[in-house]
Design a protein around this ligand. Structure first.
Ligand code: EPZ
Length: 419
């Protein structure tokens, strides 16, 4: 089991190249099997979740091969298996996209209920009610979800809650339904737009992705496509906060700056230097004392919930009081116990975390409790006095490519040890 050993207080300096977006990749790879054809997906992050989907597609009968570390060739011409109940699939949440993709092409699918980060209940009722609206039969068989339909018919669907996964999954199924589907109160995240763009490259007819009303006109068949994934908004934000919390000077490259607007605004409010270019953002210590601010997570374009733990680390060493309100997940504060062991003054009351800034954190042994909490533990170790050992690195490897190498290139004293 790997651990990361970090000696804190090096100011990070230099440039970091952001990888492709995990949450776009885990939707686009399943979408590729909707075509009885070959797809080439570029700029994929070389992370565990993508490797997991790679293995699953091959088990399904697709011929999936790495052209290079960041490019997959997916040949779905011989794919006919619609049952995905493998152990791998239970490790990640995005396995649910296989339901929408297989239902679209084969009008039938059986997928093990998703695993993934555990921060409270993570239902998929909106996915399943969306499939039912399109005419599918939905059956729960223990931990396995089974969906099937004689045919899929377009429908008007209003999402009770803004849901990234349900929006994308319904978009997948509706792409090959008869007639028009509208999704109202749709999620607007960049990875929703990326999935829609990929489907349109395959011959789908999707309009309005990125707004809260998406209109899908179903087509008979989809064809193969070559597509480049967008950069990862959350990886980029993690490195932006790393530059801020170590009082360094880092150029975060190969990003789409507008995706970072909510974080850039918060960093400026705290007193961090932020300069925007066309495909990079420079984050630097601007000789100002960092002051505490309030953060409310919400669906895009609001402040991303996936940046909440990382932001809590920065706020822990800002002067004064900060309040975080987590509006998306009902239990996304497990990491605060670990943060308190590093000396943070943070109190959780329901959806709110109240933080009293401290001079600095002090290194100790901590564990990643989930993917973004793990990223937060790294940021805490980078700014803490002394040594921090981060355990359960497997969570971090699900969503961050070569994390110790990227931080090492920025001057962090960080090394991976296998225990
Ligand atoms: C996606 O999860 C991301 N994962 C999550 O990122 C992210 O936290 C989340 O969107 C919100 O942005 C992937 O894209 C693989 P949701 P998802 O459906 O789609 C409720 C990371 O760190 N809901 O947008 O599962 C749900 O309980 C991960 O990369 C229902 O009630 O999230 C939550 O309160 C962690 N019923 C809210 O909607 C449903 O059927 C938003 O969830 C679905 C969701």
């Amino acid at each position: 089991m790997d651990k990361l050993v970090i000696k804190g207080q090096n100011r990070l300096k230099g440039e970091v190249i952001i990888s492709g977006a995990k949450n776009a990749a885990v939707a686009i790879i399943p979408a590729a099997i909707m075509a009885d054809d070959v797809c080439i997906i570029e700029n994929l992050p070389y992370i565990e979740d993508v490797k997991c989907l790679f293995a699953t597609l091959n088990k399904l009968g697709a011929k999936c091969e790495y052209i290079d570390k960041h490019t997959l060739r997916i040949d779905s011409r011989n794919l006919e298996n619609v049952s995905v109940t493998f152990e791998e699939v239970r490790k990640m949440r995005a396995s649910y996209y296989l339901l929408g993709a297989l239902l679209a092409r084969f009008k039938s699918a059986e997928v093990a209920m998703p695993g993934g980060c555990n921060f409270g209940t993570r239902p998929i009722d909106l996915h399943l009610s969306g499939f039912a609206s399109l005419g599918a039969e939905v059956e729960m068989k223990g931990e396995v979800v089974k969906v099937s339909a004689q045919s899929l018919k377009g429908a008007s669907i209003y999402m009770d809650t803004v849901s990234v996964g349900a929006t994308i999954n319904i978009m997948l199924a509706a792409s090959m339904a008869e007639g028009v589907t509208t999704i109202e109160n749709a999620a607007r995240e960049p990875h929703v737009v990326d999935a829609a763009n990929f489907l349109n490259m395959m011959g789908a007819n999707i309009k309005g992705a990125g707004t809260d009303v998406i209109r899908i006109t179903g087509v008979e068949k989809l064809h193969g496509a070559q597509y480049t994934i967008i950069p990862d908004q959350i990886e980029a934000g993690t490195y932006m906060i790393a530059a801020a919390v170590t009082k360094g000077d880092v150029v975060v490259k190969n990003i789409i700056p507008t995706h970072m607007d909510s974080l850039s605004a918060k960093l400026l409010e705290i007193g961090v230097g932020v300069e925007e270019g066309d495909d990079y953002i420079r984050v630097f210590y601007d000789d100002k004392e960092y002051k505490g601010v309030n953060v409310r997570t919400m669906a895009y374009p609001g402040f991303p919930t996936d940046m909440q733990p990382q932001m809590a680390v920065l706020l822990s060493v800002c002067k004064g009081k900060s309040v975080i309100t987590e509006n998306v997940w009902d239990k996304r504060y497990q990491y605060t116990d670990e943060l308190k062991r590093l000396g943070a003054k943070i109190n959780v009351e329901g959806r709110m975390a109240i933080i009293e800034g401290v001079e600095s954190l002090t290194g100790t042994d901590v564990d990643a409790t989930d993917l973004r909490a793990g990223a937060a533990m790294i940021l805490a170790g980078l700014c803490a006095r002394g040594e921090t050992v981060v355990g359960e690195v497997k969570y971090i490897d699900r969503g961050y490519e070569e994390v110790e190498n990227k931080f090492g290139l920025l001057g962090a004293d960080i090394k991976r040890v296998s225990m």
